[in-house]
Design a protein around this ligand. Structure first.
Ligand code: 9WN
Length: 423
């Protein structure tokens, strides 16, 4: 099984390579996406370490002067109307230097330093020869500085996201309450996603109207980061957990570069403590996002609440492990992580981030479980992900109960994490 699967996964990454970076999937996602590129590099490093390095370098080549790494870098050779919202919507040229690639103005979860370190480890000699880490490290530091310096709207040492697209888990039920306060846009727009995917597996039109309104407002304020501009501002456990894990990776990178890792280790400890002190719910055995405007926890069964397992030294890892195997996620039994609580009435097995299992989330849990010594459960997750991909191909997401595939086919990060699990 493994040999064929590896070859098929490699083929997906080769086909989706666009010269300098990899698209998530043809049709639905024809440009470069930020956190996709990080997961893609984790797989590409086994296929072509040089391409894996390029993947991250081209993403950081589109970094903004303020340090933010945009969630989409538009491919200039792709028709402008291939994806909505495209370059004309975001108008990034107004805030970046001439010649800068066209991008969106939002961010995505900061898994990049972790991917950069793992990419380095796959081919240290080549990376040293190419100056991969010396060039990337200052950019990674500026990225984290943007997040901690410009996005701490709650004043509690955690990063706030200002749009559901920033969470990477766009229509998660966790965002329903803060999103309900957002008036949908009155502008007319065409949803290109529905030309490539079934409406029942995507966010609703009402969701999209609100997504567009939030993005328009941010853009119309010159992408300024002040809380008053943002109707939606939440502290998300997944974003902050990946920031902490990436600080740990920055410490490793600093050592490789002969620099002092201590500031990164201090930052890791600071974010970890802030997470555990403020977003962990002991009664529920998981982390909840917090709505910065209302000050209320967004109690809901999103799998994002389990992702802090990737944080080294997390003091509440045992409680999280218990939750992963309990009735809400049944990870030990089904081997695939539902994106939402299976026992909740809002669970929808095939609608995007409201129930389906995603391979990048499975990879993060696999990594987190191993980090905390849960090797047997990690092996179950690995086997679940591999057999699902073998059965249905490299789909964007799968129904965690029937294992039927949904969303895009030949989806890059699915292929990439499978390659990594096979390595
Ligand atoms: C909006 C590319 C991206 C992923 C996100 C996923 C989806 C975009 C969309 O696709 O979001 O950014 O058009 O729906 O939710 O996690 O990065 O694969």
């Amino acid at each position: 099984m493994s040999l064929g699967l590896r070859e098929r996964a490699s083929r997906v990454l080769l086909d989706n390579w666009h010269g300098q970076s990899t698209i998530p999937a043809s049709g639905l996602y024809p440009h470069q996406w930020s956190w996709d590129s990080a997961f893609i590099a984790l797989g590409l490093r086994h296929l072509s370490p040089r391409r894996a390095q390029r993947e991250l370098e081209s993403l950081f080549g589109a970094q903004w002067p303020d340090g933010r790494v945009p969630h989409i870098v538009f491919d200039a050779s792709t028709p402008a109307d291939a994806y909505f919202p495209g370059p004309a919507f975001w108008q990034s040229a107004a805030v970046t230097a001439p010649g800068h690639p066209a991008t969106s103005g939002l961010i995505q979860p900061p898994v990049h330093a972790l991917a950069a370190w793992e990419t380095f480890r796959a081919a240290p000699e080549l990376a040293r020869e190419r100056g991969f880490l010396p060039r990337l490290y200052p950019r990674l530091v500026a990225w984290h500085r943007y997040l901690t310096g410009r996005r701490d709207f709650g004043g509690r040492g955690l990063v706030s996201i200002v749009h559901p697209w920033e969470s990477g888990m766009d229509n998660s039920p966790a965002w329903d309450t803060p999103l309900s306060r957002v008036a949908p846009t009155t502008s007319l727009f065409t949803r290109r996603d529905l030309q490539h995917a079934a409406a029942g597996e995507r966010p609703t039109d009402l969701d999209y109207g609100r997504y567009v309104r939030l993005a328009q407002t941010y853009r119309d304020h010159g992408y300024a980061d002040d809380l008053a501009t943002h109707a939606f501002a939440v502290e998300d456990p997944l974003t902050n957990a990946l920031l902490a894990a990436s600080e740990a990776a920055l410490a490793d990178i600093a050592v490789e570069l002969g620099l002092d890792p201590a500031p990164h280790l201090a930052e890791l400890a600071r974010v970890r403590d802030a997470l555990a002190d403020t977003l962990f719910d002991g009664g529920d055995g998981c982390f909840h996002a917090r709505d910065v405007h209302s000050g209320q926890p967004l109690r809901c069964g999103s799998v994002a609440g389990l992702i802090p397992l990737v944080v080294p030294g997390l003091p509440v890892a045992d409680a999280l492990v218990k939750t992963t195997v309990g009735p809400r996620f049944r990870l030990g039994e089904i081997g695939l992580p539902p994106s939402f609580d299976l026992t909740d009435a809002m669970f929808e097995a095939t609608r995007y981030w409201r129930g389906p299992a995603w391979f990048n989330i499975g990879w993060l849990l696999w990594r987190g479980l191993r980090l905390h010594g849960e090797h047997e459960l990690a092996a179950t997750v690995r086997a679940g992900l591999l057999s699902a991909a073998d059965d249905v191909g490299f789909r964007e997401y799968v129904d965690p109960l029937t294992r039927n595939g949904h969303g895009a086919s030949d989806f890059s990060w699915t292929a990439a994490v499978i390659l990594d699990l096979l390595a």
